[in-house]
Design a protein around this ligand. Structure first.
Ligand code: PLP
Length: 413
């Protein structure tokens, strides 16, 4: 159980969690692909569409309200990432779009023959943009490779490929496939010492642990609010001096003199920004501290404790099935080295068939590669239908995990 927090009261805050279909409750284990949202996210978004619906920078009531909201959202996200300055926050459509955009902007700094390091553990959103950039500019791509037995990067993974020519390391903070949490601070320190920029995909880490960009040592961190109980909205943090010196593809006049807005192309989703504030307010309630950043940090600590318990319960249950391989960290004392995203395969069983079986019982899971193209290929599963992915969030219960285990039992009988 969550320390000092009541799971029933948490679940009551999410309208989606109470829905039933033909009398059958919904079991949401599709969280790595998108979480449900609490009522305050919905209320915040409706309020913008109803009462603050205007463009920015004018003289009338709604434009003033919208402008204030946008400022508030940048501050809220600065607190979420523990950034020094709200000007370091850039909103965008999603992580993928932001990465395509920002990689092109950073590309202005690179020249033919420069090296970049990508990760075999990453979602393609942090791989394809860089591969395409490398193709266009004639960059050399090197790979950070993981151990397919431990599902972690060996300590020397980076030193093997890092050189004086390395200009960038792009890697995830946690995998959307294996669930592994990586030692990104260690890798970031190594990469920056060699003079490389560090671009981190925080999409799967952000829904489970607090992000502190001031201690990470990275140059850029990106996440998506729809993975952490907010709306479909991407948010990028980058070091202020990097933003200042980086070229931006943008229309003329827009964002002049306003650092964050320099990289925000076109009119943004103000309702999305408001929803992000709602999600942050939701999360804050579980924490303690003087500042919002401190409350968020302590909130994640509380929520993570419950997640570790249910993840271990799931893993222990899965271990009882013959022919089932969990594709990730499983030892009880290593739950802090993973997020509660548990992927597995069962010998001779198509993951898609299992996903369809669960869907019939109103248990929502994903199967296949889930855009973790490199990891699935590296594990030799690309032509075997990938994995079956069960992704927990703090609002999930032991009873829901038991329902999945019992359903799996009947599927494999
Ligand atoms: C680790 C990771 N990175 C990036 C993405 C892409 O995020 P977005 O949909 O915001 O572009 C995802 C989506 O599932 C993901 O899991």
């Amino acid at each position: 159980m969550i320390a000092s927090v009541d799971l029933n009261s948490i679940r009551a805050q999410f309208p989606g969690l109470g829905l039933k279909d033909e009398g059958r409750a919904r079991v949401y284990f599709d969280n790595p692909a998108g979480t449900q949202v609490p009522q305050q996210v919905i209320d915040r978004m409706v309020d913008v569409l109803k009462a603050k619906n205007a463009n920015l920078g004018g003289y009338f009531r709604t434009t003033a309200a919208a402008t204030a909201l946008v400022d508030e959202a940048h501050q809220a996200l600065a607190d979420f990432y523990n950034a020094k300055d709200p000007q370091e926050i850039i909103f965008g459509q999603n992580m993928t779009s932001l990465t395509f955009h920002f990689s092109r902007c950073l590309g202005k700094r690179f020249k033919r023959g420069d090296e970049i390091i990508l990760s075999r553990m990453d979602h393609d959103a942090n791989v394809a943009p860089w591969l395409l950039l490398a193709e266009d500019l004639g960059l050399v791509v090197k790979w950070l490779d993981f151990d397919t037995d431990t599902y972690e990067f060996p300590d020397d993974a980076l030193s093997k490929v890092l050189s004086s020519k390395t200009k960038l390391l792009a890697m995830g903070m946690a995998s959307n496939c294996t669930g592994t949490v990586h030692d990104v601070a260690g890798f970031a320190a190594q990469a920056r010492k060699a003079g490389a920029l560090v671009y981190l995909d925080g999409v799967q880490y952000a829904p489970h642990y607090s992000i502190d960009v001031q201690s990470l040592g990275a140059d850029v961190v990106v996440s998506s609010a729809y993975k952490w109980f907010g709306p479909h909205q991407g948010i990028l943090w980058a070091r202020k001096d990097l933003l200042e010196e980086t070229f931006a593809y943008k229309v003329r006049a827009v964002g002049d003199g306003e650092l964050g807005h320099k990289f925000e192309t076109g009119t943004q989703s103000h309702e999305g920004m408001a929803g992000c504030i709602g999600a942050i307010e939701y999360l804050e309630q579980f924490g303690a501290g003087e500042t919002r950043a401190a409350r968020l940090k302590s909130a994640w600590g509380v929520l993570a404790e419950h997640e570790k318990d249910i993840t271990l319960h799931l893993i222990e249950g899965l271990k009882g099935f013959k022919g089932l391989t969990i594709r990730g960290v499983t030892s009880a004392n290593a739950m802090h080295r993973r997020v509660p995203t548990v992927s597995f395969t069962v010998e001779g069983v198509d993951p898609e068939k299992l996903a369809k079986h669960f869907a019939r019982e109103n248990i929502f899971v994903w199967s296949g590669h889930n855009y973790a193209l490199e990891p699935v290929k590296r594990m030799g599963l690309a032509d075997k239908g990938g994995v079956l992915r069960v992704g927990l969030a703090h609002y999930n219960t032991v009873a829901e995990v038991d329902a999945l285990l019992s359903s799996l039992h009947s599927a494999l009988k």
